[in-house]
Design a protein around this ligand. Sequence first.
Ligand SMILES: [Zn+2]
Length: 189
Amino acid sequence: MNKLKKELLSEKNTNYFLEQIAGPLAPSVVKIFNNEALSPEDISKRLKQKITTVRSTLNSLHYRGIACYKKQRNDKNMYEFLWEIKFKKIIEILLLQEMKKYKKNEDSINDKEVHDFFYCPNKCTEVAFEIAAAYDFKCPTCGKGLEVVNTKNKLTNLKKQNKQIAENIKKLESLIEKIKDNTNGYVCE
Ligand SMILES: [Zn+2]
């Protein structure tokens, strides 16, 4: 398999994502594509899996624009379906997911840096300063005095996470530039 595609598929994130959208067989199905189109029968034989499982995996991947097909006549003049994988599409979706995660963390970081949060020592509630003030700094559930949350650890964690996500995004962006697909003439969505 092409080095770049191998790199993409060696990522834990990629495999997890493929399993999430198309089931446990999805990573293996994507991995056996090596610059040649395959029929469901080919895949079924190579992976020693039921043809029905292979077909449903391909269909789920197709639903997300990742597996693409073309219909053609074989030597017995019967129609067969040939499939290809659009690796750029996998990266596109992963990129979107990572950017969303990054943004969410960033909002959370800003929020925690600007506002103090208060919690009930009995674990009933955790609220922002304004709300705690409205409660007169007493827990609305149990009446105990609210205490200020130490956000330092949470902030450190979120920042660490985002550093990693940013590196991941950079990697994916360079992959999407370089990776080549053979999906011309195929139906992808
Ligand atoms: Zn309470």
